[in-house]
Write a protein that binds this ligand. Structure first.
Ligand SMILES: [Mg+2]
Length: 255
């Protein structure tokens, strides 16, 4: 694990966290498992299909599933290429277009209901270990805490924090769906600094994804604690993170 360098540790006034697989673990295994075309897949789609039945009851589930996955992939392609967020609403509009669902009375309400069901199912996959809570409890009196999350639906992030009873630990929660840009774009970091009234050197960023969290924080001049959980390598040429740890709990050794 990382060793504190010089006097940098302890001089921050704020700690800003990535959300998923940093603060809150996202476990696909909690998503519904279903058989599609002879393959087992984890997907929220059967629940969403059920909610959207009044609009797409005549569409076979297999066709709905193909459009559901297709729009997810299309959204991911835009996100990865442009670092622009494709919100849940934009993705569902793409889905309705592919399914040739015309606009009409009640369509907007059903879209809202579909998004709510999708995110409700995703929320089931979120885990918040007791050890993470304990570390937050220890850090909160000593640092101002914030979150920057790449996620396509702001209310889901807020509700997940409320559900774990930790929303009040964080002064600022910035979600890409509300900003339009995703990490590693500087805009989402700068909006967080603006909201907290701090500069980049006054905070340390904690995150797990090299391309997003490490490179993003470095590009705006922040120190960064990289949680190297063994699943993602630093891209070649990445400057070494300020600190590297193996787990969220080890962050507590540095702060
Ligand atoms: Mg993450």
């Amino acid at each position: 694990m990382g060793v504190p360098k010089g006097d940098s540790v302890g001089t921050y006034q704020a700690v800003i966290f990535d959300m998923f697989d940093t603060l809150v673990n996202f476990r696909n295994v909690h998503l519904p498992l279903m058989q599609v075309n002879g393959r087992a897949v984890r997907t929220t789609s059967p629940f969403v299909y059920e909610v959207l039945k009044p609009l797409c009851g005549a569409i076979p589930f297999e066709d709905f599933f193909r459009a559901f996955v297709g729009t997810y992939r299309a959204a991911e392609e835009i996100r990865n290429r442009e670092h622009r967020e494709v919100t849940a609403h934009q993705r569902f509009r793409m889905l309705f277009q592919r399914l040739q669902i015309p606009d009409g009375p009640g369509v907007a309400d059903l879209m809202e209901a579909g998004i709510a069901e999708h995110t409700r199912q995703l929320a089931r996959a979120m885990e918040f270990p007791a050890s993470h809570r304990a570390l937050l409890d220890r850090l909160q009196p000593r640092y101002r805490l914030g979150i920057i999350s790449n996620f396509d639906h702001g209310p889901t992030v807020e509700l997940a924090l409320v559900a774990q009873d930790i929303r009040d630990r964080f002064e600022t929660v910035v979600v890409s769906a509300d900003i339009g840009w995703r990490k590693p774009r500087p805009e989402i970091f700068q909006e967080t600094f603006r909201q907290m009234g701090i500069g980049p050197t006054e905070a340390v960023f904690v995150g797990d994804t090299p391309e997003v969290d490490v490179l993003g924080a470095q590009a705006v001049g922040m120190d960064v604690i990289w949680i190297d959980n063994g699943t993602k390598a630093l891209p070649p040429g990445t400057p070494p993170p300020t600190h590297t740890v193996r787990s969220f709990v080890e962050v507590g050794d540095l702060l």
